[in-house]
Design a protein around this ligand. Structure first.
Ligand SMILES: [Zn+2]
Length: 280
C-alpha cells in the first residue's frame, strides 16, 4: 500500500499526519498508526516516538479540537450577549445591572491587565453567575505582532482570567484573527468566539437608534458584541482617543437596558456562549 508516498506533502493533520509519519523511515515504530497491520503491543504514543526516533517533536505533536464560532445554528430562542475589554469600574457595573434587570446571563471577555487592576470587580462578574472569557492581557492588535508575541499576549491574558474560574473562550482584540492567533489559542485549548451582531454605536447613531438596529437584526443563535471597557485606551486614559471611546461606550451602555428588555420581551433567553453552543 502506497498511501505514504501519495500523502507526503499534503497537510499533515489528523489521520494524514499519522500516515505521513509512516513514510519517514520509522520502520516498525510507525506500525502503530494503522497504516499497516498493527498489534496493540506495537503501538507507540507520539511522546514515545519523539524520544525513540529522530523525528522532531513538532512533527509528532497532535492538535486539539478547538473551534471558531461567529454565531450558533440553533432552534432555541436564545442569544449570547458578550462584553469585551473589562472589567472597568465605570462600565462593568452597568452591564451587570442591565443583565440582572432581565435575569440574563452574559459572557465577559476580560483583559488580563484589567482583571489584575480590578480584581474585586472581576470576581463580582463570576459571583453574579456570568461566564468569564479571555481577550489577551493588554489588548494589542495581534496581526501587527510577531507570532511569539501573539502567543504571549494570549497566554498571559488567559493566565490572569483563569484564576477566577473555568475559561473556554478567547476573542482577539478588534477581531484580529490570524493564523498565529488560531494556533496559539489551540495550544491553550481555547475555543474562539467572534460575534455576529455588533453593538458598537455608529458615529451618528443615538442610543435609541442602536437599540432599534440591534432589535431589528438579531436572530436566534446570535452572539452580540458589547463593550465594558476601552481596550488600548486603558493605558492612555488622558488622550482624546480614550476619552472619545469612553463617551461612545457610555452611549452603548445607555442603549443596553432597552436592548435586553426588547429581547426578553420578544421571548429571547439571554445565555452564555457556552450555553448557546449546547443547543446546536
Ligand atoms: Zn476589545
Amino acid at each position: 500500500m502506497n498511501d505514504d508516498v501519495e500523502l507526503r506533502g499534503q497537510q499533515p493533520i489528523g489521520r494524514r499526519r499519522a500516515l505521513q509519519l509512516g513514510g519517514l523511515g520509522l520502520g516498525s515504530a510507525a506500525a502503530g498508526f494503522g497504516v499497516r497491520a498493527a498489534t496493540e503491543s506495537s503501538f507507540v504514543t507520539p511522546g514515545q516516538l519523539s524520544t525513540r526516533s529522530n523525528v522532531a517533536p513538532e512533527i509528532v505533536e497532535r492538535r486539539g479540537s478547538s473551534r471558531i464560532i461567529w454565531s450558533v445554528n440553533t432552534a432555541a430562542q436564545r442569544v449570547a450577549i458578550t462584553f469585551d475589554d473589562g472589567p472597568d469600574p465605570d462600565f462593568t457595573p452597568r452591564a451587570l445591572a442591565a443583565l440582572a434587570a432581565v435575569g440574563g446571563r452574559g459572557t465577559f471577555f476580560m483583559m488580563g491587565y484589567n482583571v489584575e487592576t480590578h480584581a474585586e470587580l472581576a470576581r463580582r462578574v463570576v459571583n453574579e453567575g456570568h461566564e468569564i472569557a479571555t481577550h489577551t492581557s493588554e489588548h494589542r492588535y495581534l496581526p501587527f505582532l510577531a507570532p511569539a508575541d501573539t502567543g504571549e499576549q494570549i497566554a498571559d491574558g488567559f493566565a490572569a482570567v483563569k484564576k477566577l474560574g473555568d475559561v473556554r473562550w478567547f476573542r482577539p482584540p478588534r477581531g484580529g484573527l490570524t493564523g498565529a492567533v488560531v494556533l496559539a489559542a489551540n495550544d491553550l485549548d481555547l475555543d474562539i468566539a467572534m460575534w455576529s451582531v455588533n453593538g458598537r454605536i455608529g458615529k451618528d447613531e443615538s442610543s435609541a437608534d442602536l437599540a432599534i438596529r440591534i432589535g431589528s437584526t438579531i436572530q436566534r443563535g446570535d452572539i452580540v458584541l458589547f463593550h465594558d471597557g476601552i481596550g488600548r485606551g486603558t493605558f492612555q486614559p488622558q488622550t482624546s482617543f480614550a476619552q472619545e471611546l469612553r463617551d461612545r461606550r457610555g452611549k452603548e451602555l445607555d442603549a443596553l437596558p432597552r436592548v435586553l428588555e426588547q429581547l426578553t420581551d420578544s421571548g429571547f433567553e439571554l445565555v452564555t456562549v457556552s450555553e448557546l453552543v449546547e443547543d446546536e
